[in-house]
Structures are given as structure tokens and as C-alpha cells.
Design a protein around this ligand. Structure first.
Ligand code: GLU
Length: 587
């Protein structure tokens, strides 16, 4: 989704802001713009990719704001791109979100003779602030009054010609990084990670002003000053660089062994209180959206299988039926890359109000989810830039496995198993032939229309995630089927040449999975199997090491690589698949 950036300090603002916007690029955008103060406010806006032109064509300055836009109201054009200027050019404003009542507000303002140049909902905010300024002499007060009238999830940032930054948050993320006299405003901490060690996570309903090298935080409703509490920002490797790989996706898959080791590096003592609470909770839920939703499901699997706790996995966007059931004796666990997923945050907010304890496992430091959690855990997987999540998914399920083993009192075995897994994964990813083999299969699969995946037990969520990766990367239709359920419906789709990917481990479900393989083979399907033992029914076989209890985590790697090479083969934008964004901060 969109990104907001602001800077005030001793460096050259246009360059710092441009750099910040580039680091926010992964969120997805269609146009962008920068505004700086050089005697007066100067704005430069562009459609398309972020280039260097913007910074170069703006005068030197020590204060400014930037925006990457994901158009929701009004076409993609320079006029509609942000920042937008006030009529008297005293301030420029950028917005992340949607003003849900913008039509209503626009009608009122039009009646008051305000003119509109763009078709954005953003301009309504500016005119509203101008209208409030007729009665209130202070811009900050006018912003506060206007912001209170906006409906929807919004964050705005304002640059004034007298060198102030003002930002208000209600929904979309906003963090403020401090480094000496330098102040950074942004949608995430990754964008200013190279410069900042401490940051403030601005909460919903708060307004922040940066003026004369100081920040002041206010409650929007009451106007009261609030204490500023800074968090440490610990982005171990904040480098956003492909490091020689053609795409971030491949680089990030290759980092999978590293992220598992990061799980292992965590001192088990940090889990003590959390685990006590899991054990005594009446109901335990896991929750996520998209790939994190599948990770939530696999974490629930491990907690049931090894922790012997009846955990229910939820999908962020579809939980209304649970709201009345939540109690103060429950616990909810949310794995999330960004910690800002709107669907999940909304459920967590409701759960929190009902007294449910919240635990989160987040990769991006300084997120809303971490901030609102009773038990906060960080993946420390390093920046994940590709929109398709790979290494963070692996980190999340490895973490779920580890927690479950600690609960069952088998902490040592769990750690040894993950260690072996990380080692085997590294070997697998290092072997060139494994990539070549998958590349060849990807070429074949890229020519098909429908791809089926079969799996059961520990591998059921793995084939679901394989399905998600194939759909995201190749734009082809994929369909994950619980191996045993095949015979109840999807068997009708099996005919000569249909590609079926089977994921099978040496576990209790193996025979059932092979049974399903026989059934699809009998109808002419072409079977590509992922597992550690070859079987005569397989037409193609991707062999991975048998890592026992963690074999499901091993099996995701060839599936991720398959999706990667398919996306590549089809000429798709691997790191930024069409129509989806990495951090979905709107509902
Ligand atoms: N609703 C605003 C627009 O369409 C902001 C969208 C965004 O968050 O980028 O310009």
C-alpha cells in the first residue's frame, strides 16, 4: 500500500526523502511525490517508478515530506499524486488511507465555495483544514479539528512553510524515528533503519508535531499532551539489497536457513510467561491473513500435535462469528511480517477490548501489532522485500514448532531438530542441480492452466501455501486439496495430463497420501512429488532430506522455488506480482 515519509534535520531533505521512499517501494505504489521548504514549499510529483529526477530537481532543504501513492480516489496522474498544496501554499499534505465520508464533506465544502483541483479524497482534507483555520488561528488545532471529522482509516502528514511537520494517525501506520536532532516520519521503521536506533510508534488517535528539533505528541480528541515513549529499533540487517540475486524472492528463499537459526538464537526463557498463559487459557486462537494466515494454521497444527492444546486458527478477514465467543480467559497468537495488516489488527482490537491476551510474532520492528501485544516476539528475519512472503513464512512456522516443543517439555529435541533442518535446507539450496530440476518443471507447469496440490496432516498447510505462492507468482489457477478429501469432490477434475503436486513425508499420513496418488494416477494425472522417498507412481520427484518432525518446513522450499521459477518463466514481475501489495494496511 502507500508510504509516507517526512524528514527534518541537518542532511539534504530531498535526498533523504527519496531514499526513504525507495525503501518504502516494496509496499506498492503507482505515483509519488516530494515537497520541501526552500523559502517557500516546492513540490515535485511523478507517475510511475521512483527515479532520481525528483531529488535532483528540488532545491536543497533540511525539511520535507514524501509519499508513494496507491490510488483509491481519482486516476493515477501528477495532479492526483501527493503531496497536495493548500490554497495559500502555506502547507503541503500527503495521506495514506481512504476518507470514507469524503463525498459528504466535499458537498458541504463546495457549498462554502471551496474549489477542488484533483479528484482525490485527500484534497477534501486540505479544504477542511482551511475551513477550520477560519475559526482557529493555530494550524495544529485546525488539523486536529478536521481530522476528527474524517471517517475511515487514515494517516496524514503535513509540511508547513515555517518548518514544521505535523502528522495524525487513525489506522494506517505511522512511526517517528529520532536520531539526535534528526527526526524521521514514516510508514515503517525499515525506511529509516540505517539512521535511527530509537523510534516512537504513534498510536491511533494521536497527533505529532516536529518543530525546532523537538517532537510533541497529542491526543487528538482531547488535545492533551502525551508522554513520548521511544522503542529500540533493532533491525539486525536493515540492508535492502539483492546482493547479486536477480530477484529479492530468490535471495529471501536462500535466507531460510538463517531465519531458522534466528529462531534458535532466541533464549527459551523469553517464552516462559507466554507459555504459562497458553497452558492456562480457556481458548487459544492463531490469526493471520494470506500467507500469515496459513502460517497461523500451521502454528495451530504444531500446538495441537506437540503441545496437545486445542488451538483454533482464524483468517483475519473472516472472524465475525468468533467475536461473541471471545473471553478474558482466551489467548490469541498473531504471526505477521509487517505487524500492520488491517484485517488482523481489527480483530485484535476487538479481542483486546474483550480482555483476550494478545501474542505476536512480527518481523518489522516498531509495529502496531507488537505495540498492542501482551507477549511480543520478533522474527528478526531481516527485511523481506518481495511481496510474496517466503522466509518469513518459514520463520513463523519454525517458531510455532519450537513453541510447541517447549510446551511439551521437549525443548532440546525441538532445538536439535530445527538445527538439523537449517543444515539440510542450506545443503538443498546450495545444490545447483536442485534449482535446475525445479526450473525445468516450472517451464512445463507454466504451460498448464490448472495445478492441483495434495497433502495431509503436517503437509496440508504446506500445500495450501504452495497454492498461494503459485497463484501469486504465476497468475495460474492452483487448488490445494486435503489428500483424503479428494475422492469426495475434486476427483471429478482428474483427467489425462492434469498436473498434481503431491507433498508427502515419512509420517502417519503417508499411506493415505499415496492412496490419493493412486486415485489421480488411475485417471491419467501427471504426478510431481516432493518428499524424501521415491515411489513408482511419481512421474517427477523432487527429493528433500527427511528431517522428521520438521519435514513440512523443509517441503515448503521446493514449492517456493517452483513458484519463483514459474513467475520468472512467465515473465511476471517476480518481486511485485500484479494487483497485490505487501503490507495491506487498508481493509
Ligand atoms: N485515498 C488517497 C488517494 O487516492 C490516498 C491513497 C493512498 O493511501 O495512497 O490519493
Amino acid at each position: 500500500m502507500c508510504g509516507i515519509f517526512g524528514y527534518v534535520g541537518s542532511k539534504n531533505a530531498p535526498e533523504i526523502i527519496l531514499e526513504g521512499l525507495k525503501r518504502l517501494e516494496y509496499r506498492g505504489y503507482d505515483s509519488w511525490g516530494i515537497a520541501v521548504v526552500a523559502d517557500e514549499i516546492k513540490v515535485n510529483k511523478k507517475v510511475g517508478a521512483i527515479g532520481d529526477l525528483g531529488a535532483a530537481s528540488l532545491p536543497g532543504s533540511t525539511i520535507g515530506i514524501g509519499h508513494t501513492r496507491w490510488a483509491t480516489h481519482g486516476g493515477v496522474s501528477e495532479t492526483n499524486a501527493h503531496p497536495h498544496l493548500s490554497s495559500d501554499k502555506f502547507f503541503a499534505l500527503a495521506q495514506n488511507g481512504i476518507v470514507e465520508n469524503y463525498l459528504e464533506l466535499k458537498e458541504i465544502l463546495k457549498k462554502k465555495k471551496y474549489k477542488f483541483e484533483s479528484s482525490t479524497d485527500t484534497e477534501v482534507i486540505i479544504r477542511l483544514i482551511e475551513n477550520k483555520l477560519l475559526d482557529l488561528s493555530h494550524l495544529k488545532e485546525a488539523v486536529r479539528a478536521a481530522f476528527l471529522e474524517l471517517e475511515g482509516r487514515n494517516t496524514i502528514i503535513i509540511l508547513t512553510a515555517d518548518n514544521q511537520l505535523i502528522a495524525a494517525r487513525n489506522g494506517s501506520p505511522l512511526v517517528v524515528g529520532i536520531s539526535g536532532k534528526e527526526i524521521f516520519f514514516s510508514s515503517d521503521t525499515l525506511s529509516f533503519a540505517p539512521f535511527v536506533k530509537k523510534a516512537l510508534v504513534v498510536d491511533n488517535g494521536q497527533l505529532i508535531v516536529a518543530s525546532n528539533g523537538q517532537i510533541t505528541l497529542f491526543d487528538i480528541k482531547s488535545g492533551q499532551k502525551l508522554p513520548v515513549v521511544l522503542d529500540n529499533i533493532d533491525f539486525e540487517s536493515s540492508k535492502v539489497d539483492k546482493e547479486g540475486y536477480e530477484h529479492f524472492m530468490l535471495k529471501e528463499i536462500v535466507e531460510s536457513p538463517y531465519v531458522i537459526n534466528q529462531v534458535l538464537n532466541q533464549d527459551p526463557k523469553v517464552y516462559e510467561d507466554f507459555i504459562r498463559n497458553i497452558k492456562k487459557a480457556k481458548n487459544v486462537y492463531t490469526i493471520g491473513s494470506g500467507t500469515a494466515g496459513i502460517a497461523a494454521s500451521q502454528i495451530a497444527f504444531y500446538l495441537r500435535e506437540f503441545g496437545k492444546i486445542a488451538v483454533v486458527p482464524l483468517i483475519g478477514a473472516d472472524t465475525n462469528d468468533y467475536f461473541d465467543l471471545l473471553t478474558r480467559d482466551d489467548l490469541m497468537i498473531a504471526p505477521s511480517q509487517s505487524g500492520e495488516t488491517a484485517d488482523v489488527l481489527e480483530v485484535l482490537e476487538i479481542a483486546k477490548k474483550k480482555g483476550v491476551k494478545i501474542a505476536s510474532y512480527v518481523n518489522m520492528p516498531g509495529s502496531t501489532m507488537t505495540r498492542m501485544s501482551d507477549f511480543k516476539f520478533m522474527a528478526k528475519a531481516g527485511p523481506e522485500i518481495c511481496v510474496m512472503s517466503t522466509k518469513v513464512f518459514t520463520s513463523q512456522i519454525a517458531w510455532g514448532y519450537m513453541i510447541s516443543k517447549i510446551i511439551s517439555g521437549q525443548e532440546k529435541e525441538g532445538a536439535a531438530s530445527l538445527k538439523k533442518l537449517a543444515g539440510e535446507m542450506e545443503i538443498y539450496l546450495d545444490i545447483k542441480n536442485n534449482h535446475e530440476q525445479i526450473k525445468k518443471l516450472a517451464k512445463k507447469l507454466a504451460k498448464t492452466k490448472d495445478i492441483f496440490l495434495l497433502g495431509k496432516y503436517q503437509n496440508f498447510n504446506i500445500i495450501r501455501e504452495g497454492m498461494v505462492k503459485i497463484i501469486e507468482g504465476s497468475y495460474l489457477h492452483a487448488h490445494a486439496i486435503p489428500a483424503g478429501d479428494l475422492k469426495h469432490y475434486a476427483i471429478t477434475l482428474m483427467e489425462k495430463g492434469v498436473p498434481v503436486i503431491v507433498v508427502v513425508s515419512e509420517d502417519v499420513a503417508k499411506d493415505d497420501v499415496l492412496n490419493a496418488v493412486n486415485q489421480v494416477k488411475a485417471r491419467g494425472a501427471q504426478v510431481l512429488a516432493i518428499g524424501s522417498k521415491k515411489h513408482e507412481q511419481f512421474d517427477y520427484f523432487l527429493e528433500v532430506a527427511d528431517t522428521g518432525e520438521t519435514s513440512a518446513i523443509m517441503n515448503i522450499i521446493p514449492l517456493q522455488l517452483l513458484a519463483y521459477y514459474m513467475a520468472f518463466e512467465l515473465g511476471n514481475n517476480v518481486d511485485k506480482p500484479r494487483n497485490i501489495a505487501k503490507s495491506v494496511t487498508v481493509k
